[in-house]
Design a protein around this ligand. Structure first.
Ligand code: CO
Length: 298
């Protein structure tokens, strides 16, 4: 890996780390998700970062892929996952934390287990390790905890990262597997999700996060303008209506709907726990290069 690439990963990670601290101070129960998202957006830009993807603010049984748009009145409650992506020159730091917003801290143990899972994985990450070591570590941590009470969501995994690419092809499972692929000269995110439910997910309603799907054209004039901007500005990165509204685009609900319907854009469905039980998540980004391990976001 080029030195400049490693430096960019580190810079993005340093900003993402600051965003996590900022987020923990910022979020209070009953805050609007929209206000949280806008504050995080502004802070990323203020710190000199680029958006790698819209901040995911997923509550309770929603595991991932929700971001608020203008007019969203949803209030923060229960357990809130904040999954944030910062890039420098396209090199991504992907990191997440969970915040317990209940008065009697009912998610305390789930959060502790989830942090322990990520901490124990972090300890075994080294150049030359195999992908399956991550799953092994998860299994061991869960068995030492309380297997009856919690499960790890099997269908949500860590993933390799590349320039402007959040899922660069490699899946890093959080359960026992036999993937012997050796990790070196690679950047990746590790993200175990814990739940008191069955530990599986289904795809729900769209959650406000979009990505370009193909280079198709549209005849609608407003949609064409948005599409041009999206291609130029976001390329292969996911985006959201909030950012487009800031650029002065309007009729976004209508325009984005057309583009999704025409198959030019894809809108990610929310990922929801199958038994509709609460979910927690913690995530860090690691870079393995030149014989060294760097956790950029931890
Ligand atoms: Co991730």
């Amino acid at each position: 890996m080029e030195k400049s690439e490693i430096d960019s990963y580190k810079k993005a990670g340093a900003i993402a780390k600051q965003i996590k601290t900022f987020t923990k101070d910022l979020i209070k129960p009953k805050m609007k998700l929209l206000d949280i998202a806008e504050a995080i957006d502004s802070k990323i830009l203020e710190l000199g970062g680029e958006f790698a993807f819209p901040v995911n603010l997923s509550m309770n049984e929603i595991a991932a892929h929700y971001t608020p748009a203008s007019g969203d009145e949803t209030l923060a409650e229960g357990i809130l996952k904040v999954d944030v992506g910062v890039a420098i020159d396209g090199f991504i730091a992907d990191t997440a934390l969970s915040i317990d917003l209940t008065e009697n801290k009912e998610f305390k143990e789930m959060i502790e287990l989830n942090q322990k899972l990520l901490e124990n994985i972090s300890k075994i990450i080294k150049v030359g390790m195999e992908v399956q070591n991550v799953g092994e570590s998860c299994q061991k941590t869960l068995e030492e905890w309380d297997k009856e009470k919690f499960s790890i969501i099997k269908s949500l995994s860590g993933h390799s990262l590349a320039q402007n690419t959040i899922h660069a092809g490699l899946t890093i499972s959080n359960y026992k597997n036999t993937n012997k692929k050796v990790l070196d000269e690679i950047a990746f995110a590790i993200e175990p999700f814990v739940t008191t439910g069955v530990g599986d997910i289904y795809e729900g309603e769209p959650g406000g996060i979009y990505i370009l799907k193909n280079d198709g054209q549209t005849r609608d004039r407003d949609a064409r303008k948005v599409l041009e901007f999206v291609r130029e500005e976001y390329g292969t990165r996911p985006f959201c209506a909030r950012w487009l509204a800031k650029e002065g685009f309007d009729k976004l609900k209508f325009v984005l709907k057309i583009l999704v319907k025409q198959g030019i854009l894809y809108e990610y469905p929310m990922l929801i726990e199958k038994s509709r039980k609460p979910v927690s998540q913690f995530e860090n980004t690691f870079v393995l290069a030149n014989g060294e391990v760097v956790c950029t976001t931890g």
